[in-house]
Each structure stands twice: as structure tokens, then as C-alpha cells.
Design a binder for this molecule. Structure first.
Ligand code: ADP
Ligand code: ZN
Length: 524
């Protein structure tokens, strides 16, 4: 049996190999749990310092630590970084030649390698599955990174992860440590079950990323708003997530055309180009990465100052993980999401195509939660943390909702005008046309069709921009919903009808343009 025979203490290893003088958060307790050979589950936000939790034990234990990670593309970087710190690590994957793999295997057998990185499929696949090889070496610890991938309730299920349960049975004597930055309650339970962990010790860190400012804004004129936002983040490094490859290409081109330092990243690009773009971003040679969610998993770039979502993500786990890539260095950073009801509808449709009913149902619920997050009138951070089962005392003072507090204005009269115009128009027009009627457009088409309406021209005292802004606010505050694909029409929500019937005041956070919101005092 392996024993912790190293004479070095964890603190000494941390200092000698990683250059840190103290453990952070609950790293120390986690490492103690692993060193006493308990199965351990670590939930820690991105940037919290999960790697140390198995890398330090790897240096204490006598034998090999196997690290299972889904991210083949990152293994080389991780291994290079360890080697640079004087820790002998290697990875095995299909990109290597036979002789290269044989060489690494012999190094492992002679105990020269402390950490071996593999993707889960490598365990059972190939001419010489690794599982047989592992039986011949002195294995001390198995670390499972991105452990939420084992759960189909997570947002990134990878069936190969289920095989790890078999590995657990094969090596009953050694500890397994599972780590993830993202898991709701259902997924958490699943991690322990599916990996077959034995009465695991749980370590759940606070998920609060207090240096990140959360903002959600209506998607209308997203590009205009984005440019304003980027102007505020000049010289900063950031990621802009889009839903489709096509959106990625278009957005990246548009930004480039405006002279911004942006490149695209998505799975449809040739591998060399993808890797090159990623590298340029990591080395700060370009500032903005426009990407699908294929980008970013595990990327260790500490100075990402902003993360933008051009579309609503499918669930809060994904959103939190993606926004979590901002501000790993602890400095103030921005997360901005463009919300439209239409995106929520599109995502819902995508889910309907799923075959597994139970799964689809869970995903639909997650989508609903994501929608609620976008529409909430509560502190966004409170909402997020609550989703992960955590309580945040008081409001955070660092999200758009908190900024708007006390900044609500009585917009009852203009809101009634706008809402009733939409209703009179049979809820079958978009905001542009509604405003034409409201402001009494002299266009023949409008006059002919709608001059007789009582609402025609009632809003002519206010400029078009005012009404557009008001429309956005009413969407954001759930009075209006957008429907239809190409030409979205506006409909009153149940909530709006209730408010109108009850003659309740409509208080809205008006008068803050995006630039005003962006320049919150604490950051810059
Ligand atoms: P995670 O995998 O949880 O996202 P990492 O393991 O990549 O996080 O660590 C995030 C950053 O924090 C890295 O730059 C890492 O070197 C640093 N870090 C980890 N532990 C400590 C510590 N005890 N003291 C200082 N920095 C640390
Ligand atoms: Zn808040």
C-alpha cells in the first residue's frame, strides 16, 4: 500500500514548487483529507485554486497521481507548467507517436513521473488500454478534474466519465479526489454516486466572485451597446460569447472592421487557426476573443477583464462558469449579458428536440431559471449564489440591479401609453411600428391603417429614443415579451395586464445609459 512517505510537508511543497507561502481558502483542509486517503469532493469556483489540491498531494505521495481531465488541448500547457516548476509530469494522448507513448510509460513504471494527465476515454480505448497499464504501476491518487462531466444533470455531460466508476472499484485502496467549479445540487449528488466515491468528504467553497460586476441588458441594438462597452474597456482583455459559429464569425468581423483587436474561436475553425488564436489571446497579443462556449474551459488567463454573452446561456451553471473566467486575478471585472425573450424561445426549441424526456425536463427547468435570472429584480449575485445553495447576506452593491436601487422612476403614464398602443395594435407589431403610431407618424401607410386609433399620436412629445428605451425597460422588467422569429412582435405579459388592471404604479430604472452603468465608481 502507498503511504505518505515524503518527508516534506504540504506547506514546504507549496513553497518550493509553486512559490506560494500560504494555502488559500480551504486548500489545506482538502489536502489533509486527500493525504489521509479519504475520497474527497471539491467544489470551488474557477480561479479558486483547485489544481494545488491534487498537485501538492501528488508530491507527497510516493507513487503516481493520475489526473483525468476532458481537456486534451490543455494537457500540454498544464504539463509544461508543472515541469517548469520542477515537477515531473506527463500526459498520454493520441497525438503522440507510439514510441513517445512507450517512453512515457517506461518513465512512469520506473517512478520518474509524479503526475500523469489523461482524458477519460484513454482508460479503456486503444490497442493498449491504460487501465491494464495502471495495474502495473504504483498508483497513489486519482484526481478527476471537471467532475461535473460525469453527471447528465450537469451542463457538460461526457459519457466516458462514467467509466471512472469502474476505475474506482479496481483501486479500492487509494483516494479519489473529484473537483469541479460548477455543480447545482442535483449534479453534486450525482458526482458522488456515478464516480462511486466512498463516503466522500465534501469541501464547498463560497462561489461568490465579489470582483465581478454582473449586468443584464436588453438585446436591442446589442452591437451599439457592445461597442460602447468595449470603448469603456479599451486595452482590456475579454471574451465575447456567441451562440453559433456564424454569430462568432460575424461579430468578430464587425469588431475587426472597426479596428478592434478581435479574433474568432469556434470548433468549426481549422485546428491550427483555433490554437493560434487562443495563443494570441493568452499572450495578450490580441485583446478580444469572440467565441462559442467551446472556448475557455480550463484556460488560465488571469487578466480577463470582461466576459460578454451576446445570447442568453442555456443554464446558470454555464453562465457562471463562463463569467467566472473574468477576473481570476481578483481585480474588478465585468460580466455583461444581452437578453432577449426570443433567445429564450430559441433555446427552448432546441431542448424540445431532445429524446430523453426526463433529461429534457431538467434542462427546461434550468433554462427557466436562467430566464428568471435575466428578468429578476433582485440582486443578481444573491440570485446566483442562491442557485448554488449559498446565502448572500444583504444585496451586493455590485450588480446592475443594486446600482439601480433608488434610481427607479415613476414611468406609469408613458408606460401605459406604450402598453395600450401595443394592445390596440392587436399585439402584432414590433417596437418600431408601435412608436410610429404612438408619435403620430405622417407616413401614408401608418395614417391609413391606424390614424383612427385613440392612441395615434399620444406620444409625440417624446423622442423616438425615449420610447425605444422605455420598450427595452418594459421587456427587461417583464411587462412585455417578444415573440416571433425574424420580425419580433411585442405582447403584454400577464404581469403587465395585472398591473394595468390594478392601476398600479410602474416604477422603472430609467436614465442610465449603458456607459453610465459601465463607469461604476469602484472600478475605474
Ligand atoms: P482553478 O483550477 O480552481 O480554476 P487554479 O488551480 O488554476 O484554479 O488556480 C488559479 C490561480 O490561483 C493560479 O494562478 C494558481 O497558481 C493560483 N493559486 C492557487 N493556489 C494558490 C495559493 N495558495 N496562493 C496563491 N496563489 C494560488
Ligand atoms: Zn447586487
Amino acid at each position: 500500500m502507498n503511504q505518505a512517505v515524503s518527508v516534506k510537508k504540504p506547506e514546504e511543497i507549496l513553497k518550493e514548487f509553486f512559490g506560494y507561502s500560504d494555502f488559500r481558502g480551504n486548500q489545506k483542509q482538502i489536502i489533509h483529507s486527500v493525504l489521509t486517503k479519504k475520497d474527497t469532493i471539491v467544489l470551488m469556483p474557477t480561479g479558486g485554486g483547485k489544481s494545488v489540491c491534487y498537485q501538492v498531494p501528488a508530491m507527497v505521495f510516493e507513487g503516481l497521481t493520475l489526473v483525468i481531465s476532458p481537456l486534451i488541448s490543455l494537457m500540454k500547457d498544464q504539463v509544461d507548467a508543472l515541469n517548469a516548476n520542477g515537477i515531473s509530469a506527463a500526459f498520454l494522448n493520441s497525438s503522440q507517436s507510439q514510441s513517445e507513448q512507450r517512453f512515457i510509460s517506461s518513465q512512469i513504471q520506473s517512478g520518474k513521473i509524479k503526475l500523469l494527465y489523461i482524458a477519460p476515454e484513454r482508460l479503456y480505448r486503444g490497442d493498449y488500454p491504460l487501465i491494464d497499464f495502471l495495474k502495473t504501476v504504483n498508483l497513489s491518487l486519482v484526481a478527476i478534474d471537471e467532475a461535473h462531466c460525469v453527471s447528465q444533470w450537469g451542463h457538460d455531460f461526457r459519457p466516458e466519465y462514467l467509466k471512472i466508476g469502474e476505475l474506482r472499484k479496481l483501486f479500492p485502496q487509494i483516494p479519489f479526489v473529484a473537483l469541479t467549479a460548477t455543480a447545482d445540487k442535483l449534479t453534486r449528488k450525482d458526482i458522488a454516486d456515478k464516480l462511486g466515491l466512498k463516503t466522500p468528504q465534501w469541501f464547498i467553497s463560497s462561489f461568490d466572485r465579489s470582483n465581478i460586476t454582473y449586468r443584464v441588458t436588453a438585446k436591442r441594438d446589442a452591437m451599439g451597446k457592445l461597442l460602447e462597452f468595449l470603448d469603456f474597456h479599451k486595452k482590456d482583455s475579454g471574451v465575447i460569447y456567441c451562440l453559433s459559429r456564424k454569430n462568432v464569425e460575424e461579430t468578430a468581423s464587425e469588431l475587426q472592421a472597426r479596428g478592434l483587436s478581435a479574433l474568432p474561436y469556434h470548433a468549426g475553425l481549422p485546428r491550427e487557426e483555433r490554437e493560434k488564436n487562443q495563443e494570441l489571446f493568452i499572450k495578450d497579443e490580441i485583446k478580444i476573443m469572440v467565441a462559442t462556449i467551446a472556448f475557455g474551459m480550463g484556460i488560465d488567463k488571469s487578466n480577463v477583464r470582461f466576459v460578454v454573452h451576446m445570447n442568453m446561456p442555456q443554464n446558470i451553471e454555464g453562465y457562471y462558469q463562463e463569467t467566472g473566467r473574468a477576473g481570476r486575478d481578483g481585480l474588478p471585472s465585468d460580466a455583461l449579458l444581452f437578453y432577449s425573450g426570443q433567445d429564450a424561445v430559441t433555446l427552448g426549441r432546441m431542448l424540445e428536440q431532445g429524446e430523453n424526456q426526463e433529461f429534457t425536463h431538467v434542462m427546461q427547468e434550468k433554462l427557466e431559471k436562467m430566464k428568471s435570472f435575466c428578468q429578476t429584480k433582485l440582486c443578481r449575485r444573491k440570485f446566483l449564489l442562491n442557485y448554488f445553495g449559498e446565502n448572500h447576506a444583504g444585496d451586493c452593491g455590485n450588480c446592475d440591479i443594486c446600482f439601480q436601487k433608488g434610481n427607479r422612476h415613476d414611468m406609469t403614464i408613458p408606460s401605459q401609453m406604450l402598453l395600450s398602443t401595443i394592445a390596440r395594435l392587436g399585439e402584432s407589431f414590433g417596437i418600431g411600428y408601435v412608436i410610429l403610431v404612438l408619435r403620430g407618424s405622417k407616413s401614408a401607410k401608418v395614417q391609413e391603417a391606424h390614424q383612427s386609433l385613440s392612441v395615434y399620436g399620444i406620444g409625440k412629445d417624446r423622442p423616438e429614443s425615449f420610447w425605444k428605451d422605455l420598450g427595452d425597460k418594459l421587456i427587461q422588467e417583464d411587462y412585455l415579451a417578444e415573440a416571433g422569429n425574424q420580425f419580433p412582435t411585442l405582447k403584454l405579459t400577464e404581469f403587465a395586464w395585472q398591473k394595468l388592471k390594478a392601476k398600479e404604479k410602474i416604477l422603472l430604472p430609467m436614465g442610465e445609459s449603458l456607459s453610465e452603468v459601465s463607469s461604476k465608481p469602484s472600478t475605474h
